[in-house]
Design a protein around this ligand. Structure first.
Ligand code: G4P
Length: 557
């Protein structure tokens, strides 16, 4: 269980460790670990607050990310990074939840919400977080529909086979019609939306939700009442069809008709199709007014998969009841003297984690003590005593750990590495002063091994001017700031006019090197990458020189 401080996650595990396989399986079964994928401004922070409010973790929305605090977080990200060594958005939030439909004897669910850093700090971490979750909530602004960042993250979910629940947010504001929004999802990403709840009232006049049964038939009308500023849970009234018709006549009837239309086109929930990533349950909501938030939690508990077995590097399955194992999915370095540490975040795959236990680092075979295990939530860090499959734990001063690394006890295991994602930003890095070249090299090596940026080299540019490749431009600023703080090296950066990277090989390299707007590099893991100025140049190359190898990199390309 976690120690309590005002902002810390609520106590989760009951006293006594379920050392038995049965106890362990039960702990895993009651957990749901997910991330919200969205474009900036869709309402992720607001939804996070609302979810935590529903889980009764905090008494009033706004305590998680005070609005003022949130704004400063976005604009002062580097300041935060410097001051705290963590960004507010880099955390995993854990809370207990008892679903409305559960029986009195059903166990309380444990929800782990792993945050995807977004906004200006969009980086490889944003993608890596998705390797630590079992499901994703795709949050869409009802007026804007699908937006670029959402699409990128969705592609990673698809690639990794992560089931997606769709939430259409801001239904309290004028937006598109619900059917238009569903069409857009279906046409643009080929995911079949299967609404579980259908809005009563058009966007901008949100009355409540029609709950659809498995066959699409209306089950009940959940009618919401606004509270002042949405700061408390919105009261719900549950009405049957007759009472609904009497109450909100034409709005209710429209909802019933549209729901029938969905059934006619086969848009009813199917659990297998959902888990296979073919369909996506849909919920309409207003995070701001707290409408539909309980329904999101209930859906996660009812439909999202619990932590399950994971394949290791040899394809053998590590069961949740096996001895402890975990995967590191993110490493964050402290910049501040009082927090001069590195936090490695791991997701537990199997077994029980207990603070203080000695685990083995699979990549080096060395023992690693876990005396300083923490959950990091907002600005608060609190000590973790024990954790179970699906949980996220931060390890302090974990210098040897990098994203994709495995930790285990008893039964050796190594999980597959996390793929590096297609970079879209490229920059040459140089030490300001030649006398610091040694430190500069060490810094580059260190940041490369941590996966802060990808490091590319070629013979023409030489070792003194490696090229950094990143998913988001903020990663470069992190590099420069850390070089200065930790290695006392002032580094200069010059952006390069490339926008795309493609995997290539030695055979194609010579010909590619002759092309305009193309440069070939070798990444530190040995993969050859062709950087290309823009998509038109790429199309030209593919058309004129089809024999050349130009393969998309993972997922986001
Ligand atoms: P993000 O983390 O995804 O970037 O989004 P965030 O929650 O910060 O929300 C972005 C803006 O959208 C905020 O308004 C927020 O209040 C608003 N918002 C979020 N959910 C809803 C909703 O369900 N309905 C409506 N009407 N608005 C919503 P802002 O004006 O940028 O900031 P603020 O002044 O409200 O803090």
């Amino acid at each position: 269980s976690a120690s309590t401080s005002p902002d810390a996650p609520a106590e989760v595990a009951s006293a006594g460790t379920p050392a038995t396989p049965k106890g362990l399986a039960a702990e895993a079964t009651r957990r749901r670990t997910f991330a919200v994928i969205s474009h900036p401004d869709a309402g992720k922070s607001t939804l996070t607050e609302a979810l935590a409010l529903h889980a009764k973790m905090i008494s009033e929305a706004g305590a998680v990310h005070g609005k003022a605090g949130r704004r400063s977080t976005v604009s002062d990200w580097m300041e935060m990074e410097k001051a705290r060594g963590i960004s507010v958005s880099s955390t995993a939030l854990q809370f207990n939840y008892k679903s409305g439909e559960s029986e009195p004897n059903d166990p309380i669910s444990v929800i782990n919400l792993v945050d995807t850093p977004g906004h200006s700090d969009f980086s490889e971490d944003t993608y890596r977080v998705l390797t630590a979750v079992d499901a994703a909530v795709m949050l869409i602004d009802a007026a804007k529909g699908l937006e670029p960042q959402t699409l990128k993250l969705f592609q990673v979910c698809r690639h990794r086979g992560i089931p997606v629940i769709t939430v259409i947010n801001k239904w309290d504001r004028p937006g598109q019609t619900p059917l238009e929004l569903l069409d857009e999802i279906h046409e643009r990403i080929g995911l079949t939306p299967t609404p579980l709840y259908w809005p009563v009232g058009i966007a901008g006049d949100f009355r409540g939700l029609l709950r659809r049964g498995e066959d699409g038939a209306p089950q009940e009308y959940i009618r919401f009442t606004r509270t002042a500023g949405g700061a408390t849970i919105a009261p719900e009234e549950i009405l049957d069809a007759d009472a609904a018709a009497a109450r909100d006549g034409s709005d209710w009837e429209t909802a019933v008709e549209e729901s029938e239309l969905l059934s006619a086109s086969g848009q009813d929930h199917d659990q297998e199709m959902f888990l296979a990533g073919q369909t996506s349950p849909v919920i309409f909501a207003s995070a701001m007014l707290n409408f539909g938030v309980r329904q999101i939690l209930d859906t996660l508990v009812a439909l999202a998969p619990a932590p399950g077995p994971r394949d290791d590097i040899k394809g053998a399955s590590r069961e949740v009841t096996d001895p402890f194992s975990a995967v590191v999915f993110k490493v964050q370095a402290g910049m501040d003297t009082s927090h001069r540490d590195r936090l490695a975040f791991m997701r537990i795959v199997s077994g029980v984690f207990e603070r203080g236990m000695v685990v083995t680092h699979a990549q080096t075979g060395k023992p690693f003590t876990t005396k300083y295990a923490q959950t990091v939530f907002g600005r608060e860090r609190s000590t973790v005593e024990s954790a179970y499959p699906g949980d996220v734990v931060g390890l302090v001063n974990a210098t040897a750990l990098a994203p994709g690394h495995t930790l285990f006890t008893d039964k050796k295991v190594e999980f597959p590495p996390i793929p590096s994602f297609a970079p879209e930003h490229f920059s040459v890095l140089r030490a300001e002063s030649a006398s610091k070249y040694k430190q500069f090299r060490r810094a580059v090596e260190q940041l490369d091994s941590e996966g802060v940026v990808q490091v590319l080299r070629n013979d023409i540019r030489g070792d003194a001017a490696p090229v950094m490749a990143a998913v988001g431009p903020m990663q470069f600023e992190v590099v420069a700031a850390r070089m200065k703080a930790e290695f006392s090296v002032e580094a200069r950066m010059e952006g390069l006019p490339y926008a795309l990277a493609r995997r290539t090989d030695a055979e194609s390299a010579t010909e590619l090197g002759r092309q305009r707007g193309v440069e070939v590099f070798t990444r530190s893991d040995g993969v050859m990458l062709a950087l290309i100025s823009d998509k038109w140049r790429l199309q030209y190359l593919q058309k004129e020189l089809p024999e050349l190898t130009l393969e998309p990199l993972v997922a986001t390309a």
